[in-house]
Design a protein around this ligand. Sequence first.
Ligand code: ASP
Ligand code: MG
Length: 417
Amino acid sequence: MARLVQKYGGTSVGSLERMRAVAERALRAQREGHEVIVVVSAMSGETNRLLALARQATPTPSERELDVLAATGEQVSAALVAMLIQELGGDAESLLGHQLAIHTDAAFTKARIRSIDSGRLEGGLRAGKITVVAGFQGVDDAGNITTLGRGGSDTTAVALAAATGADVCEIYTDVTGVFTTDPNVCASARKIERISYEEMLELASLGAKVLQIRSVELAMKYAVPVHVRSSFSEEEGTMVVSEEGLEAVVVSGVAYDKAEAKVQLIEVPDRPGLVAEIFGRLAARNVSVDMIIQSSSRDGHTATDVTFTIPKNDLTGSRPLIEAWAREQGVRSVEYDEDIAKVSIVGLGMRCHAGVAAKMFGILASEGINIQAISTSEIKVSCIIAAKYTELAVRALHDGFGLHLPPEPAAPPKASA
Ligand code: ASP
Ligand code: MG
């Protein structure tokens, strides 16, 4: 017997028919002898519809009311799935974030979970009940409804798995797992059988959309095994687990992201504090800066160039601030480029293999793709390129690093002496 948290995303509860399939799957697991907790998202498109309604009501909706509104999407799914389980002869009860309760801080629209009262869930499990939890929502100390940020039902599910000591957190979606790259871009993309939390975290941060970033952080922190799989098939998906026992492949995935814009500050006076000032002002507006490059300052030179990337969404809001700073400091000019993309390779094996970045640059060069900026971490290399080459770059990197080939079979265990 295992204890399972099963989380169903928007397409998996996109219609009553899909919800019936969810109810059947949850009941089947229970009848196989497992303890089952279900977490649901809003029906697909529902959260967007609600947020659009709010923006029609007022261009500046209060964040508290946005959360009251957005949380209704998950309430609908939870009630319907619970009814369908009952209809199929099972015992089920829906619970909202504040009923459980999932305690969060008061940061509306992006709250963080502080603690979970698992008593009611445990009671349900003992009674053979399937509790259907509305994902994405919680309650702050003052009793206000909060939400956990877009895609937050993943985080609800992993947090419940951690709080109840579940054996696995199953994330049901409309794809069969985590792929070596986006199958819509690269026909030779393959499903990854097992991937480490670290790699998954990088891939999620670099644009792979299967899991909310925070849910991966939480899974890593509490060592919750996560199984990403499809609710439309019986196929095994991808296990996200700790790196022990994993074959460290050099590159396990290629990601891309077109959501950033490039800002170039040309001839910034070379004095201490200038760069601190501009990035401080951006941070004060909650604009997260990703890549930063400063040309090296040399003796006899009085200015350097600084290039950085920020989310495209933040560009319009940031321009007046950047330009005001540039005028104050005597920066020669500021240039913007929205037609860029970030392509990245991720893999644990990079830690102990030299030459991975060089190989990446060589592959891009052989396709005639110019690199505009580079950043690296222990397990990833990212390059900014012109957006129009994204697909070409992804395909060339994917096959260039051999990701189209099935992984090498693990070496046979050595006979012990
Ligand atoms: N319904 C919320 C969203 O669309 C949360 C989720 O689905 O995970 O972002
Ligand atoms: Mg999701």
